[in-house]
Design a protein. Structure first.
Length: 286
């Protein structure tokens, strides 16, 4: 690890590397802070980050609800949650009278629950177009659940359509997973513009909690250059924690558990625990 003149270690982002303390235990729970994990480009680590950040926060005693908001249902599959013949987020969006607690499924991880999704959710975008206040329907659902949790994480689909706008309207903050690859970098400006529009028109309290570099490979010049450009462009909005590339992630997904349980001593598991501590230190999570 590179160090400064005063022997302070530098992380991959080129800034001093902080350990971030273990979060103190909470006296009580709720109301939840809602965070959307969003990027219109697919394959950048949104679902992996949602699963493992949720598990890490749960390990630190936070009550966490992960909302699968992608019709592909990858988050549900990654936590071995059934998605057919069960209530899903789709039913909650379409029927405002339905109790959202009926769609909550506990996971094998203590303190971590999920609202699943399946391909039916792809129809919601069309069906919600004619609804009054269509951008705020998810917000109404999560408002009923917020008192029961400390954190609600929304795993968004890879688009900037109505579902993603719903997620941003419902959220207090946004974390943007960003693959350390040139084409992933190109779309960030458009995403930031969308976040700004939602803040101006629908959700004035929405904040950018941070950009998270994922799939980083320090051995390649390309990864290092992309991360350097992201830090140059966004400064302190880039989280210090960087998630490296590893085959352990798909292995954990196949097993239906977070990497923090599949390989708790692995560097990737340690990185997600560090991410949880960093978000608490930044005030994004209680």
């Amino acid at each position: 690890m590179v160090k400064t003149k005063d022997d302070t270690p530098l992380g991959p982002t080129g800034r001093p590397y902080h350990g971030f303390p273990t979060p103190p235990a909470l006296i009580g729970h709720g109301p939840a802070r809602i965070i959307a994990l969003c990027n219109q480009k697919g394959g950048v680590g949104k679902t992996t980050t949602t699963i493992n950040l949720a598990a890490s926060l749960a390990d630190y005693g936070r009550k966490v609800l992960a909302v699968d908001f992608d019709p592909q249902g990858a988050l549900s599959a990654g936590l071995a949650i059934p998605t057919h013949d069960v209530p899903t987020i789709y039913e909650l969006l379409i029927d405002s009278r339905r109790d959202p607690h009926t769609a909550i499924v506990p996971t094998a991880v203590e303190n971590l629950d999920v609202i699943p999704a399946n391909i039916d959710l792809s129809a919601a975008e069309v069906q919600l177009v004619s609804e009054v206040a269509r951008e705020s329907i998810l917000s109404g659902v999560l408002r009923k659940l917020a008192p029961d949790y400390d954190v609600i994480l929304i795993d968004c689909q890879p688009s900037l359509g109505l579902l993603t706008v719903n997620a941003l309207t419902a959220s207090h903050g946004v974390v943007v997973p960003l693959e350390c690859e040139f084409f992933a970098l190109r779309g960030v400006a458009l995403l930031i513009e969308t976040i700004d529009k939602v803040r101006d028109r629908l959700n004035p309290s929405l904040t950018l909690d941070g950009l998270l570099a994922t799939m980083y490979d320090a051995r390649t010049l390309h990864s290092r250059e992309v991360l350097e450009r992201v830090v140059e462009a966004f400064g302190d909005d880039v989280l210090e924690t960087v998630i490296g590339r590893t085959v352990k992630f798909p292995d954990a997904s196949v097993s239906g558990v977070p990497i923090t349980e599949f390989a708790p001593g692995h560097a990737a598991a340690q990185a997600y625990r560090r991410l949880a501590r960093e978000l608490v230190a930044r005030g994004a999570v209680a």
